[in-house]
Design a protein around this ligand. Structure first.
Ligand code: AMP
Length: 220
């Protein structure tokens, strides 16, 4: 199954994509995670992306398209994937359609998580994650059981993203509305778009996604 999860920063794409990854045995492809790994490793792509990401802007389409094209050709993507953070522009959406068409396939489902801007700022600013296993937490809505310790793997490597600071969040939301939101009508016209209320409780959102995908997705 080939799925795209759309939505503004803080909509819950990463959390939901991880649940779907497990339930459907597909690979979660987070372009944000890939870029952060490239920045940490100091690769050419990482060097080009670092300042852009810190400013809350979008990294260029050519970098992202090449990155996804290479990634979906890897063997672990054979059973399908869930894209989280890609596409983020109409040009990326068109390139994705073209690359899948070239392989004789297409997207099965494009799902938008719709969330109000005001809620996003609160969600993003309290967010942190486990640097070892990637489990995501929130100061108010989903704190880890023991402070500074990951519930899932016990690691104490807790990380907060530098671009989750309030001033950068505003730039990220602007980039979403200006450059990413136009892909919603693009997919709607293709008849593949479904929208889920991302303001609902996290587990309710998971349930709604499972219904669309025709599979029960456990809320873990
Ligand atoms: P995310 O983790 O999805 O919020 O992405 C973090 C940052 O990585 C974004 O604010 C962008 O700077 C960059 N990024 C991730 N995915 C893309 C994409 N598909 N196109 C352009 N920039 C991206």
């Amino acid at each position: 199954m080939k799925i795209v999860l759309l939505g503004p920063p803080g909509a819950g794409k990463g959390t939901q994509a991880k649940r779907i990854e497990k339930a459907l045995n597909v690979v979660q492809l987070s372009t944000g995670d890939m870029l952060r790994a490239a920045v940490a490793a100091g690769t050419d792509v990482g060097k080009r992306a670092k300042a852009v990401m810190e400013a809350g802007k979008l990294v260029s389409d050519d970098i992202l398209i090449a990155m996804i094209e290479a990634r979906i050709a890897e063997p672990d993507c054979k059973n399908g994937f869930i894209l989280d953070g890609f596409p983020r522009t109409v040009a990326q959406a068109q390139a994705l359609d073209a690359m899948l068409k070239g392989k004789g396939t297409k997207l099965d489902s494009v799902i938008e998580l719709a969330v109000d801007d005001a809620a996003l700022v609160a969600r993003i600013s309290g967010r942190y994650s486990c640097g070892a296993c990637g489990a995501v937490y929130h100061d108010q809505t989903k704190p880890s059981k023991a402070e500074g310790v990951c519930d899932a793997c016990g690691s104490t490597k807790i990380v907060r993203r530098p671009d989750d600071k309030a001033d950068t969040v505003a730039a990220r939301l602007k980039a979403y509305h200006d450059q990413t939101a136009p892909i919603i009508p693009y997919y709607r016209e293709q008849g593949v778009l479904k929208t889920v209320d991302g303001m609902a409780d996290m587990d309710q959102v998971t349930k709604a996604l499972g219904k669309i995908l025709g599979r029960e997705v456990p809320a873990v």
